[in-house]
Design a protein around this ligand. Structure first.
Ligand code: GDG
Length: 467
Protein backbone atom coordinates (compact mmCIF):
# COMPACT_ATOMS: atom_id res chain seq x y z
CA UNK A 1 0.00 0.00 0.00
CA UNK A 2 1.23 3.50 -0.76
CA UNK A 3 2.07 5.79 2.11
CA UNK A 4 -0.30 8.61 2.89
CA UNK A 5 1.11 12.05 3.65
CA UNK A 6 -1.60 14.10 5.32
CA UNK A 7 -1.08 17.85 5.56
CA UNK A 8 -3.29 20.17 7.57
CA UNK A 9 -2.82 23.42 9.43
CA UNK A 10 -2.79 21.89 12.91
CA UNK A 11 -1.92 18.35 13.86
CA UNK A 12 -3.75 17.08 16.88
CA UNK A 13 -3.99 13.36 17.46
CA UNK A 14 -6.94 13.00 19.83
CA UNK A 15 -7.10 10.33 22.48
CA UNK A 16 -10.36 9.06 23.92
CA UNK A 17 -9.56 10.74 27.22
CA UNK A 18 -8.46 13.99 25.67
CA UNK A 19 -10.57 17.02 26.27
CA UNK A 20 -8.45 19.64 24.59
CA UNK A 21 -9.05 18.38 21.07
CA UNK A 22 -12.31 19.94 20.03
CA UNK A 23 -12.61 19.87 16.26
CA UNK A 24 -14.01 17.58 13.65
CA UNK A 25 -11.02 17.52 11.37
CA UNK A 26 -8.65 16.21 14.01
CA UNK A 27 -10.89 13.27 14.77
CA UNK A 28 -11.23 12.32 11.13
CA UNK A 29 -7.57 12.58 10.19
CA UNK A 30 -6.25 10.64 13.13
CA UNK A 31 -8.60 7.83 12.17
CA UNK A 32 -7.37 8.02 8.55
CA UNK A 33 -3.74 7.74 9.52
CA UNK A 34 -4.12 4.85 11.91
CA UNK A 35 -5.11 2.72 8.93
CA UNK A 36 -2.57 3.91 6.38
CA UNK A 37 1.14 4.02 6.96
CA UNK A 38 2.29 7.58 6.63
CA UNK A 39 2.97 10.94 8.15
CA UNK A 40 0.79 13.80 9.33
CA UNK A 41 2.45 17.18 8.81
CA UNK A 42 1.41 20.60 10.04
CA UNK A 43 2.04 23.61 12.24
CA UNK A 44 3.08 22.91 15.83
CA UNK A 45 0.92 25.77 17.15
CA UNK A 46 4.08 27.52 18.39
CA UNK A 47 5.49 30.77 17.08
CA UNK A 48 9.19 31.62 16.93
CA UNK A 49 10.99 34.92 16.17
CA UNK A 50 12.21 33.64 12.81
CA UNK A 51 11.02 30.77 10.63
CA UNK A 52 13.65 27.99 10.46
CA UNK A 53 11.93 25.27 8.43
CA UNK A 54 12.98 22.68 10.99
CA UNK A 55 10.78 19.66 11.49
CA UNK A 56 10.26 17.76 14.72
CA UNK A 57 8.98 14.22 14.34
CA UNK A 58 7.36 11.97 16.91
CA UNK A 59 4.86 9.17 17.36
CA UNK A 60 1.50 10.03 18.83
CA UNK A 61 -1.09 7.38 19.55
CA UNK A 62 -0.04 5.23 16.57
CA UNK A 63 0.46 8.12 14.15
CA UNK A 64 3.78 9.60 12.89
CA UNK A 65 3.56 13.32 13.33
CA UNK A 66 5.86 15.96 11.78
CA UNK A 67 5.61 19.53 13.02
CA UNK A 68 7.07 22.88 12.15
CA UNK A 69 6.94 26.21 14.01
CA UNK A 70 5.78 29.45 12.37
CA UNK A 71 6.83 33.05 12.79
CA UNK A 72 4.58 35.43 14.76
CA UNK A 73 3.83 37.40 11.54
CA UNK A 74 2.82 34.12 9.90
CA UNK A 75 0.37 33.40 12.69
CA UNK A 76 -1.16 36.86 12.45
CA UNK A 77 -1.38 37.11 8.66
CA UNK A 78 -1.95 33.52 7.62
CA UNK A 79 -3.83 31.90 10.52
CA UNK A 80 -5.63 34.72 12.35
CA UNK A 81 -5.65 36.77 9.14
CA UNK A 82 -6.41 35.17 5.79
CA UNK A 83 -7.65 31.83 7.12
CA UNK A 84 -9.85 32.97 9.99
CA UNK A 85 -10.69 36.60 9.21
CA UNK A 86 -11.07 36.26 5.44
CA UNK A 87 -11.82 32.76 4.20
CA UNK A 88 -13.70 31.32 7.19
CA UNK A 89 -16.37 34.05 7.37
CA UNK A 90 -16.67 34.38 3.59
CA UNK A 91 -17.04 30.63 3.06
CA UNK A 92 -19.68 30.59 5.83
CA UNK A 93 -21.69 33.27 4.02
CA UNK A 94 -20.72 36.02 6.47
CA UNK A 95 -19.28 38.63 4.16
CA UNK A 96 -20.33 41.19 6.78
CA UNK A 97 -17.56 39.73 8.97
CA UNK A 98 -15.05 39.16 6.19
CA UNK A 99 -11.88 41.24 6.59
CA UNK A 100 -9.41 41.42 3.74
CA UNK A 101 -5.99 42.93 3.87
CA UNK A 102 -3.28 42.41 1.25
CA UNK A 103 -0.87 41.47 4.01
CA UNK A 104 -3.18 38.56 4.93
CA UNK A 105 -2.99 37.14 1.43
CA UNK A 106 0.78 37.66 1.28
CA UNK A 107 1.16 35.85 4.60
CA UNK A 108 -1.12 33.06 3.35
CA UNK A 109 0.96 32.55 0.20
CA UNK A 110 4.21 32.77 2.19
CA UNK A 111 3.15 30.15 4.73
CA UNK A 112 1.94 27.81 2.00
CA UNK A 113 5.34 28.12 0.30
CA UNK A 114 7.07 27.51 3.65
CA UNK A 115 4.92 24.46 4.31
CA UNK A 116 5.88 23.14 0.86
CA UNK A 117 9.60 23.73 1.44
CA UNK A 118 9.45 22.03 4.80
CA UNK A 119 7.37 18.98 3.93
CA UNK A 120 8.91 18.35 0.48
CA UNK A 121 11.83 16.22 1.77
CA UNK A 122 9.35 13.88 3.50
CA UNK A 123 7.51 13.05 0.26
CA UNK A 124 8.61 9.99 -1.72
CA UNK A 125 7.59 9.48 -5.37
CA UNK A 126 5.06 6.73 -4.48
CA UNK A 127 3.35 8.65 -1.71
CA UNK A 128 -0.22 9.88 -1.84
CA UNK A 129 -0.44 13.46 -0.59
CA UNK A 130 -3.72 14.57 0.94
CA UNK A 131 -4.03 18.28 1.81
CA UNK A 132 -6.80 19.50 4.10
CA UNK A 133 -8.88 22.59 4.32
CA UNK A 134 -9.02 26.27 3.55
CA UNK A 135 -5.71 27.13 5.20
CA UNK A 136 -3.78 25.27 2.53
CA UNK A 137 -5.49 25.75 -0.82
CA UNK A 138 -2.27 26.95 -2.60
CA UNK A 139 -0.13 24.14 -1.18
CA UNK A 140 -0.75 21.80 -4.12
CA UNK A 141 0.63 24.36 -6.57
CA UNK A 142 3.67 24.93 -4.35
CA UNK A 143 4.35 21.20 -4.12
CA UNK A 144 4.03 20.72 -7.89
CA UNK A 145 6.51 23.60 -8.37
CA UNK A 146 8.89 21.68 -6.12
CA UNK A 147 8.68 18.57 -8.27
CA UNK A 148 5.95 16.49 -6.58
CA UNK A 149 4.50 14.39 -9.41
CA UNK A 150 2.41 11.79 -7.56
CA UNK A 151 -1.25 11.78 -6.54
CA UNK A 152 -2.22 15.05 -4.88
CA UNK A 153 -5.65 15.47 -3.30
CA UNK A 154 -7.40 18.30 -1.51
CA UNK A 155 -10.42 18.13 0.78
CA UNK A 156 -12.41 21.16 1.91
CA UNK A 157 -14.03 20.69 5.34
CA UNK A 158 -16.12 23.86 5.19
CA UNK A 159 -18.78 25.03 2.70
CA UNK A 160 -17.82 26.30 -0.72
CA UNK A 161 -19.56 29.68 -1.09
CA UNK A 162 -21.94 30.77 -3.82
CA UNK A 163 -20.22 32.32 -6.83
CA UNK A 164 -21.80 35.71 -6.05
CA UNK A 165 -20.06 35.70 -2.68
CA UNK A 166 -16.72 34.38 -3.82
CA UNK A 167 -16.32 37.14 -6.41
CA UNK A 168 -16.25 39.67 -3.54
CA UNK A 169 -12.86 38.24 -2.53
CA UNK A 170 -9.90 40.08 -4.07
CA UNK A 171 -7.85 37.67 -6.21
CA UNK A 172 -10.65 35.11 -6.15
CA UNK A 173 -9.59 33.60 -9.47
CA UNK A 174 -6.07 32.89 -8.26
CA UNK A 175 -7.47 31.02 -5.28
CA UNK A 176 -9.63 28.83 -7.52
CA UNK A 177 -6.83 28.34 -10.02
CA UNK A 178 -4.64 26.98 -7.21
CA UNK A 179 -7.09 24.11 -6.76
CA UNK A 180 -6.36 23.02 -10.32
CA UNK A 181 -2.91 21.81 -9.24
CA UNK A 182 -4.53 18.84 -7.47
CA UNK A 183 -5.73 15.61 -9.05
CA UNK A 184 -8.81 15.46 -6.88
CA UNK A 185 -10.76 18.11 -4.99
CA UNK A 186 -13.36 16.87 -2.49
CA UNK A 187 -16.34 18.49 -0.78
CA UNK A 188 -18.80 17.25 1.84
CA UNK A 189 -21.98 17.75 -0.20
CA UNK A 190 -23.38 18.26 -3.68
CA UNK A 191 -24.31 21.79 -2.68
CA UNK A 192 -20.70 22.85 -2.13
CA UNK A 193 -19.56 20.98 -5.23
CA UNK A 194 -22.24 22.64 -7.37
CA UNK A 195 -21.16 26.08 -6.13
CA UNK A 196 -17.55 25.30 -7.02
CA UNK A 197 -18.47 24.03 -10.49
CA UNK A 198 -20.67 27.08 -11.08
CA UNK A 199 -17.72 29.36 -10.36
CA UNK A 200 -15.39 27.38 -12.61
CA UNK A 201 -17.82 27.38 -15.52
CA UNK A 202 -19.24 30.89 -15.25
CA UNK A 203 -16.44 32.99 -13.82
CA UNK A 204 -13.36 31.19 -15.05
CA UNK A 205 -14.60 29.88 -18.42
CA UNK A 206 -14.00 26.20 -17.58
CA UNK A 207 -15.78 23.19 -19.05
CA UNK A 208 -17.05 19.83 -17.86
CA UNK A 209 -15.51 17.01 -19.93
CA UNK A 210 -17.62 14.01 -21.08
CA UNK A 211 -16.07 11.89 -18.30
CA UNK A 212 -17.19 14.45 -15.69
CA UNK A 213 -13.76 15.97 -15.05
CA UNK A 214 -13.37 19.73 -14.89
CA UNK A 215 -11.09 21.53 -17.26
CA UNK A 216 -9.89 25.09 -16.63
CA UNK A 217 -6.70 27.17 -16.44
CA UNK A 218 -5.10 24.68 -18.88
CA UNK A 219 -5.48 21.78 -16.44
CA UNK A 220 -7.97 19.01 -15.72
CA UNK A 221 -9.08 17.78 -12.31
CA UNK A 222 -11.72 15.58 -10.74
CA UNK A 223 -14.05 17.30 -8.23
CA UNK A 224 -16.41 15.11 -6.21
CA UNK A 225 -18.43 14.65 -3.04
CA UNK A 226 -17.16 12.69 0.00
CA UNK A 227 -19.45 13.20 3.00
CA UNK A 228 -17.37 12.81 6.14
CA UNK A 229 -18.57 10.57 8.96
CA UNK A 230 -17.53 9.79 12.51
CA UNK A 231 -15.67 6.80 13.93
CA UNK A 232 -19.11 5.49 14.84
CA UNK A 233 -18.38 2.10 16.39
CA UNK A 234 -15.65 3.68 18.50
CA UNK A 235 -18.08 6.35 19.65
CA UNK A 236 -20.65 3.71 20.60
CA UNK A 237 -17.96 1.78 22.52
CA UNK A 238 -17.03 4.94 24.38
CA UNK A 239 -20.44 4.94 26.03
CA UNK A 240 -19.19 2.06 28.17
CA UNK A 241 -16.12 3.71 29.69
CA UNK A 242 -16.40 4.42 33.43
CA UNK A 243 -15.99 8.15 32.78
CA UNK A 244 -18.73 8.13 30.18
CA UNK A 245 -21.10 6.35 32.54
CA UNK A 246 -20.12 8.69 35.36
CA UNK A 247 -20.78 11.77 33.16
CA UNK A 248 -24.15 10.41 32.11
CA UNK A 249 -25.19 9.54 35.64
CA UNK A 250 -24.06 12.91 36.90
CA UNK A 251 -26.26 14.66 34.35
CA UNK A 252 -29.16 12.27 34.90
CA UNK A 253 -29.08 12.84 38.66
CA UNK A 254 -29.42 16.55 38.06
CA UNK A 255 -32.44 16.13 35.79
CA UNK A 256 -34.98 15.63 38.60
CA UNK A 257 -37.45 14.19 36.15
CA UNK A 258 -36.90 16.93 33.57
CA UNK A 259 -35.84 16.39 29.98
CA UNK A 260 -32.60 17.77 28.61
CA UNK A 261 -31.91 19.52 25.33
CA UNK A 262 -28.21 19.45 24.42
CA UNK A 263 -25.98 21.47 22.11
CA UNK A 264 -22.21 21.03 21.74
CA UNK A 265 -20.20 23.35 19.50
CA UNK A 266 -17.00 25.25 19.16
CA UNK A 267 -17.83 28.82 20.17
CA UNK A 268 -18.17 30.04 16.58
CA UNK A 269 -20.60 32.42 14.87
CA UNK A 270 -21.25 29.86 12.14
CA UNK A 271 -22.85 27.52 14.68
CA UNK A 272 -25.94 29.68 15.22
CA UNK A 273 -25.61 29.82 19.01
CA UNK A 274 -27.29 33.21 19.47
CA UNK A 275 -30.23 32.19 17.32
CA UNK A 276 -30.43 28.89 19.21
CA UNK A 277 -30.60 30.63 22.58
CA UNK A 278 -33.29 32.97 21.29
CA UNK A 279 -35.31 30.02 19.95
CA UNK A 280 -35.09 28.27 23.32
CA UNK A 281 -36.16 31.46 25.04
CA UNK A 282 -39.11 31.61 22.63
CA UNK A 283 -40.07 28.05 23.59
CA UNK A 284 -40.09 29.03 27.27
CA UNK A 285 -42.06 32.17 26.53
CA UNK A 286 -44.72 30.54 24.36
CA UNK A 287 -45.06 27.01 25.81
CA UNK A 288 -45.57 27.56 29.48
CA UNK A 289 -45.88 23.83 30.13
CA UNK A 290 -42.20 23.34 29.27
CA UNK A 291 -41.08 25.81 31.88
CA UNK A 292 -39.67 23.74 34.69
CA UNK A 293 -39.93 20.41 32.82
CA UNK A 294 -36.93 20.93 30.49
CA UNK A 295 -33.56 22.50 30.58
CA UNK A 296 -30.92 23.10 27.96
CA UNK A 297 -27.24 22.25 28.30
CA UNK A 298 -25.07 24.16 25.84
CA UNK A 299 -21.39 23.32 25.82
CA UNK A 300 -19.52 25.95 23.81
CA UNK A 301 -15.80 25.36 23.81
CA UNK A 302 -13.84 28.60 23.30
CA UNK A 303 -12.15 28.80 19.90
CA UNK A 304 -10.06 31.42 18.01
CA UNK A 305 -10.25 33.84 20.94
CA UNK A 306 -7.66 36.15 19.27
CA UNK A 307 -10.12 37.06 16.50
CA UNK A 308 -12.51 39.99 17.15
CA UNK A 309 -15.87 38.50 16.08
CA UNK A 310 -15.27 35.52 18.38
CA UNK A 311 -14.77 37.87 21.33
CA UNK A 312 -17.94 39.76 20.41
CA UNK A 313 -19.91 36.55 20.10
CA UNK A 314 -18.77 35.38 23.50
CA UNK A 315 -19.90 38.63 25.12
CA UNK A 316 -23.28 38.42 23.37
CA UNK A 317 -23.86 34.85 24.47
CA UNK A 318 -22.92 35.70 28.07
CA UNK A 319 -25.53 38.45 28.03
CA UNK A 320 -28.17 36.28 26.38
CA UNK A 321 -27.64 33.40 28.80
CA UNK A 322 -27.95 35.87 31.67
CA UNK A 323 -31.18 37.26 30.21
CA UNK A 324 -32.75 33.82 29.77
CA UNK A 325 -31.81 32.60 33.22
CA UNK A 326 -32.70 35.93 34.81
CA UNK A 327 -36.08 35.89 33.12
CA UNK A 328 -37.12 32.28 33.73
CA UNK A 329 -35.06 30.65 36.49
CA UNK A 330 -36.54 29.81 39.86
CA UNK A 331 -34.88 28.96 43.15
CA UNK A 332 -34.66 25.28 42.17
CA UNK A 333 -34.46 25.46 38.36
CA UNK A 334 -32.05 27.01 35.88
CA UNK A 335 -33.38 26.78 32.31
CA UNK A 336 -30.02 27.18 30.53
CA UNK A 337 -26.76 25.64 31.61
CA UNK A 338 -24.21 27.40 29.47
CA UNK A 339 -20.72 26.01 29.80
CA UNK A 340 -17.53 27.42 28.22
CA UNK A 341 -15.22 24.51 28.77
CA UNK A 342 -14.13 21.34 27.04
CA UNK A 343 -15.01 17.80 28.11
CA UNK A 344 -13.45 14.50 27.19
CA UNK A 345 -15.02 12.70 24.27
CA UNK A 346 -16.29 9.82 26.37
CA UNK A 347 -17.90 12.28 28.76
CA UNK A 348 -19.58 14.02 25.84
CA UNK A 349 -20.89 10.67 24.62
CA UNK A 350 -22.46 10.05 28.04
CA UNK A 351 -24.07 13.50 28.04
CA UNK A 352 -25.50 12.99 24.55
CA UNK A 353 -27.02 9.75 25.78
CA UNK A 354 -28.71 11.53 28.66
CA UNK A 355 -30.33 14.15 26.40
CA UNK A 356 -33.81 13.71 24.91
CA UNK A 357 -33.12 16.32 22.24
CA UNK A 358 -29.97 17.10 20.26
CA UNK A 359 -30.29 20.74 19.17
CA UNK A 360 -27.76 21.42 16.39
CA UNK A 361 -28.53 24.54 14.42
CA UNK A 362 -25.56 26.02 12.55
CA UNK A 363 -26.29 28.90 10.18
CA UNK A 364 -23.88 27.25 7.75
CA UNK A 365 -21.67 24.19 8.31
CA UNK A 366 -19.60 22.04 5.95
CA UNK A 367 -20.95 18.85 7.53
CA UNK A 368 -21.32 18.93 11.36
CA UNK A 369 -20.11 15.85 13.19
CA UNK A 370 -21.89 16.60 16.46
CA UNK A 371 -25.22 15.70 14.82
CA UNK A 372 -23.80 12.28 13.98
CA UNK A 373 -22.28 11.82 17.43
CA UNK A 374 -25.62 12.63 19.08
CA UNK A 375 -27.31 9.88 17.06
CA UNK A 376 -24.54 7.35 17.71
CA UNK A 377 -24.91 7.89 21.46
CA UNK A 378 -28.66 7.16 21.64
CA UNK A 379 -30.33 4.14 23.22
CA UNK A 380 -31.95 2.31 20.26
CA UNK A 381 -34.82 1.26 22.55
CA UNK A 382 -35.53 4.81 23.70
CA UNK A 383 -33.79 7.22 21.33
CA UNK A 384 -33.78 10.99 21.58
CA UNK A 385 -34.71 13.34 18.73
CA UNK A 386 -32.28 15.32 16.60
CA UNK A 387 -33.30 18.87 15.68
CA UNK A 388 -30.94 19.85 12.87
CA UNK A 389 -30.38 22.96 10.78
CA UNK A 390 -31.09 22.61 7.08
CA UNK A 391 -27.85 24.54 6.47
CA UNK A 392 -25.57 21.89 7.95
CA UNK A 393 -24.11 19.61 5.29
CA UNK A 394 -25.29 16.75 7.52
CA UNK A 395 -28.94 17.66 6.81
CA UNK A 396 -28.59 16.22 3.30
CA UNK A 397 -27.80 12.78 4.76
CA UNK A 398 -29.92 13.01 7.93
CA UNK A 399 -33.35 13.62 6.46
CA UNK A 400 -35.20 11.84 9.29
CA UNK A 401 -34.10 14.49 11.79
CA UNK A 402 -36.46 17.40 12.47
CA UNK A 403 -34.95 19.76 9.93
CA UNK A 404 -35.28 23.45 10.82
CA UNK A 405 -34.43 26.87 9.50
CA UNK A 406 -32.02 28.32 12.07
CA UNK A 407 -33.00 31.85 11.11
CA UNK A 408 -36.55 31.31 12.44
CA UNK A 409 -36.95 31.18 16.21
CA UNK A 410 -40.60 30.15 15.81
CA UNK A 411 -39.74 27.21 13.59
CA UNK A 412 -37.01 26.09 15.98
CA UNK A 413 -39.29 26.45 19.02
CA UNK A 414 -41.99 24.42 17.20
CA UNK A 415 -39.46 21.69 16.48
CA UNK A 416 -38.27 21.61 20.10
CA UNK A 417 -41.87 21.29 21.25
CA UNK A 418 -42.46 18.49 18.78
CA UNK A 419 -39.27 16.69 19.80
CA UNK A 420 -40.14 16.94 23.51
CA UNK A 421 -43.60 15.49 22.95
CA UNK A 422 -42.81 12.87 20.27
CA UNK A 423 -44.01 9.34 21.04
CA UNK A 424 -41.62 6.40 21.20
CA UNK A 425 -42.80 4.82 17.94
CA UNK A 426 -42.03 7.94 15.91
CA UNK A 427 -38.73 8.47 17.70
CA UNK A 428 -37.65 4.95 16.78
CA UNK A 429 -38.92 5.31 13.22
CA UNK A 430 -36.76 8.39 12.77
CA UNK A 431 -33.77 7.07 14.68
CA UNK A 432 -33.24 3.77 12.85
CA UNK A 433 -32.33 5.09 9.39
CA UNK A 434 -30.26 7.86 11.00
CA UNK A 435 -28.27 5.34 13.02
CA UNK A 436 -27.84 3.14 9.96
CA UNK A 437 -26.32 5.96 7.95
CA UNK A 438 -24.08 7.11 10.83
CA UNK A 439 -22.75 3.57 11.27
CA UNK A 440 -22.19 2.82 7.57
CA UNK A 441 -21.20 6.20 6.14
CA UNK A 442 -18.48 6.50 8.74
CA UNK A 443 -15.02 8.03 8.75
CA UNK A 444 -13.41 4.87 7.34
CA UNK A 445 -15.76 4.94 4.34
CA UNK A 446 -14.97 8.61 3.80
CA UNK A 447 -11.22 8.04 3.94
CA UNK A 448 -11.27 4.95 1.68
CA UNK A 449 -13.56 6.55 -0.87
CA UNK A 450 -11.33 9.60 -1.06
CA UNK A 451 -8.06 7.68 -1.31
CA UNK A 452 -9.46 5.33 -3.98
CA UNK A 453 -10.80 8.25 -6.00
CA UNK A 454 -7.42 9.96 -5.67
CA UNK A 455 -5.64 6.89 -7.01
CA UNK A 456 -8.00 6.79 -9.99
CA UNK A 457 -7.78 10.52 -10.69
CA UNK A 458 -3.98 10.42 -10.68
CA UNK A 459 -3.95 7.39 -13.00
CA UNK A 460 -6.23 9.16 -15.44
CA UNK A 461 -3.94 12.21 -15.39
CA UNK A 462 -0.84 10.12 -16.01
CA UNK A 463 -2.55 8.30 -18.92
CA UNK A 464 -3.62 11.57 -20.51
CA UNK A 465 -0.09 12.98 -20.12
CA UNK A 466 1.31 9.92 -21.96
CA UNK A 467 -1.35 10.07 -24.70
C1 GDG B 1 -15.07 21.36 10.67
C2 GDG B 1 -16.26 21.86 9.85
C3 GDG B 1 -17.01 19.51 9.56
C4 GDG B 1 -16.70 19.90 20.57
N1 GDG B 1 -16.58 20.28 21.87
C5 GDG B 1 -15.77 19.38 22.45
C6 GDG B 1 -15.39 18.43 21.49
N2 GDG B 1 -15.98 18.77 20.35
C7 GDG B 1 -15.88 17.97 19.12
C8 GDG B 1 -17.22 17.43 18.69
C9 GDG B 1 -16.95 17.11 17.23
C10 GDG B 1 -15.98 18.22 16.86
O1 GDG B 1 -15.42 18.74 18.07
C11 GDG B 1 -16.67 19.36 16.13
O2 GDG B 1 -16.88 18.96 14.82
P1 GDG B 1 -17.92 19.68 13.87
O3 GDG B 1 -18.04 18.90 12.63
O4 GDG B 1 -19.21 19.83 14.59
O5 GDG B 1 -17.38 21.16 13.63
P2 GDG B 1 -15.97 21.92 13.28
O6 GDG B 1 -15.03 21.89 14.41
O7 GDG B 1 -16.38 23.29 12.86
O8 GDG B 1 -15.34 21.09 12.06
C12 GDG B 1 -17.44 20.91 9.98
C13 GDG B 1 -15.73 19.09 10.24
O9 GDG B 1 -14.70 20.07 10.11
C14 GDG B 1 -15.18 17.77 9.66
O10 GDG B 1 -15.00 17.88 8.30
O11 GDG B 1 -18.04 18.59 9.91
O12 GDG B 1 -18.52 21.33 9.16
O13 GDG B 1 -16.64 23.18 10.27
O14 GDG B 1 -16.31 15.89 17.08
O15 GDG B 1 -17.59 16.35 19.49
N3 GDG B 1 -14.56 17.39 21.74
C15 GDG B 1 -14.10 17.26 23.01
N4 GDG B 1 -14.43 18.15 24.00
C16 GDG B 1 -15.27 19.20 23.77
O16 GDG B 1 -15.59 19.96 24.69
N5 GDG B 1 -13.29 16.23 23.30
Amino acid sequence: MNRLIVISNRVTVPKARDKAQAGGLAMALAAALREYRGVWFGWSGKSVPQFTGQISMHQSNGVTVALTDLEEADVQEYYNGYANKTLWPLFHYRNDLTAYDRSFNLGYQRVNARFADTVRPLIDPDDFVWVHDYHLIPLGRELRQRGVKGPLGFFLHIPWPARQLLVTLPRDRALVEALFSYDLVGFHTEEWLDAFVAYVLREAGGTVLPDGRLSCFGRTIRAAVFPIGIDASNFVDMLQTPDSIRARERVERSLNGRRMIIGVDRLDYSKGLEERFVAYEHLLATRVRHRRDVFMLQIATPSRGDVGPYQNLRAKLDALAGRINGGYADVDWVPLRYVNRAYRRDELAGMFRAAQVGFITPLRDGMNLVAKEYIAAQDPEDPGVLVLSRFAGAALQMKEALIVNPFSREEMADALDRALTMDLAERKRRFEPLMHSVMTEDVAAWRDNFVNALREAAEVRVQSEVA
